[in-house]
Design a protein around this ligand. Structure first.
Ligand code: UDX
Length: 452
């Protein structure tokens, strides 16, 4: 049987990682972008953004030179020369917090234009996160209208949500725990299943393929992200409760809760709240969708409100000890939304900095092992940027742990005592031993107050 070939429309985290992983296992892939500079980098084996393991594997597939991988500028040839096109473009949060489907519509139009002149059956797969109805009503209808072809007869349509997390993109692509295929009809689903049977082989014994309709698949992705975000806000709610009872530690409480096999302890980490390119955008998108249908999603409103309040809570902890923030040097350990990435999108550090500024803090300095440049793009001169931990902590009045990088986890109280003007640490990610730090310096931690 002829091996299926794939064009990837979009070269962000999901698009580029999928493309290189497919090519790595012998599937012919044509990635495509409208950005010439980006295409040049990719074709030289250089990753255009930082992601664990991506550059190594990209280099390997480029150097193999076996015709299985290339990146084109523009999408026409990529769609024409392949059997399946995957749309993996951004679906960002608009100014009104609704989903912005501009790039999705553009990609559907491009596929429609190519299919007008293509004779063979072609399968389109939406992999971006989209609100229910988008795949059928926006993508399917647009392709049908522009190509003049018939959906179900001349071309097929699937929606396959993607669950990879930044910093684990390659691992998650090679070893997912399930594959969800939303299908317009059986033929579309069969083709996509055939691709994944050849790509995953034996791994499918551990990762079931779930075949459902398009709209259910679209909603699975929101269901997934909203539940993970709910777990985090739930842990933060309990952190606030734990702080009302001296000596109770939310970390121990969530460990106890998470040991229940029905719950599991992952994503019960209380702290400064969630950020990133997915959770805030996806909850807002599905919330706006629900409201457009006349339903008020009370749980999701609470999840977002608790998350926003964590930044205020952190600044309360600082102000309660320092009294006045205006003439104090406040040091943020970590700026990226999580470790292992330089991504600043919706990072909790931004919310904390905005709240600090609102309360007149003028001397804020941040250090992040990877995100210095990306942070500068977002925060500009709102804060200063340190090159290392020593520079960051020198003469500081308060240190706030905002991202749990490994290099912060090994810090000892003595380092803070030696460098800071007033050794005062707020552990916003619960990386330090409460007993050890509370004994030696002024220490505040999310979800725990001392037994006094
Ligand atoms: C997430 C989903 O995990 C992934 O399946 C989806 O495809 C995209 O969105 P990502 O945004 O890359 O992935 O990061 P994730 O590791 O899920 O963390 C998201 C945010 O939650 C981070 O800010 C992280 O610090 C925070 N978080 C996570 C917590 O505050 N506590 C936790 O226990 C776990």
């Amino acid at each position: 049987m002829k091996k299926l070939s794939v064009s990837i429309l979009g070269t962000g985290f999901v698009g580029l990682c999928s493309a290189v992983c497919f090519a790595h296992r012998g599937i012919k892939v044509i990635a495509s972008t409208h950005n010439e500079e980006k295409a040049n980098l990719i074709n030289q084996g250089i990753a255009p953004f930082y992601e664990v393991e991506l550059e190594e594997i990209l280099k390997e597939v480029v150097n193999r030179n076996d015709g299985n991988f290339k990146c084109l500028v523009g999408r026409k040839q990529a769609i024409l020369d392949t059997d399946i096109s995957m749309i993996i473009v951004g679906t960002p949060m608009g100014e009104d917090k609704r989903i912005d489907l501009t790039l999705m519509e553009k990609a559907a139009k491009e596929i429609g234009e190519v299919l007008r002149m293509k004779e063979n059956y072609h399968l389109t797969v939406v992999r971006s996160t989209v609100i229910p109805g988008t795949t059928r009503n926006l993508v399917g209808d647009t392709i049908q209208k522009i190509s003049g072809k018939e959906l179900g007869k001349d071309f097929g349509l699937c929606m396959q949500p993607e669950f990879l997390a930044e910093g684990r993109s390659i691992k998650d692509t090679f070893y997912p725990d399930r594959i969800v295929i939303g299908e317009f009809d059986k033929k579309s689903g069969d083709i996509l299943q055939e691709l994944y049977e050849s790509f995953y082989g034996d791994h499918l014994k551990k990762a079931p393929i779930l075949r459902i309709n398009l709209e259910s698949a679209e909603l699975v992705k929101y269901g997934n992200n909203c539940l993970l975000a709910t777990k985090i806000s739930y842990a933060n709610e309990f952190a606030n409760l734990a702080e009302l009872v001296p000596g109770v530690d939310v970390v121990q409480v969530m460990k106890g809760v998470g040991l229940d096999y029905r719950i599991c302890e992952r994503f019960l980490g209380a702290g400064v709240g969630f950020g990133g390119s997915c959770f805030p955008k996806d909850i807002n998108a599905i919330k706006a969708f629900a409201q457009s249908k006349g339903y008020d999603p009370r749980l999701l409103n609470a999840v977002l409100a608790i998350n926003d309040d964590q930044a205020i809570h952190i600044v309360d902890l600082a102000e309660n000890t320092l009294n006045n923030l205006s003439n104090k040097k406040i040091a943020l350990l970590g700026l990226a939304f999580k470790p292992g990435t330089d991504d600043m999108r919706q990072a909790p550090s931004i919310r904390i900095i905005n709240e600090l500024k609102r309360r007149n803090a003028s001397n804020i300095i941040g250090y992040d092992p990877k995100a210095k440049e990306s942070a500068r793009e977002v925060l500009g001169n709102k804060i200063q940027y340190a090159n290392n931990i020593e520079e960051l902590l020198k003469d500081a009045d308060c240190a706030i742990i905002t991202t749990e990088w490994d290099e912060f986890k090994i810090l000892k109280p003595s380092k803070f005592i030696r460098l800071m003007k007033n050794p005062f640490v707020i552990d916003g990610r619960r990386i330090f031993s409460f007993e050890e730090f509370d004994k030696e310096l002024t220490f505040r931690a999310i979800g725990r107050v001392a037994l006094k």
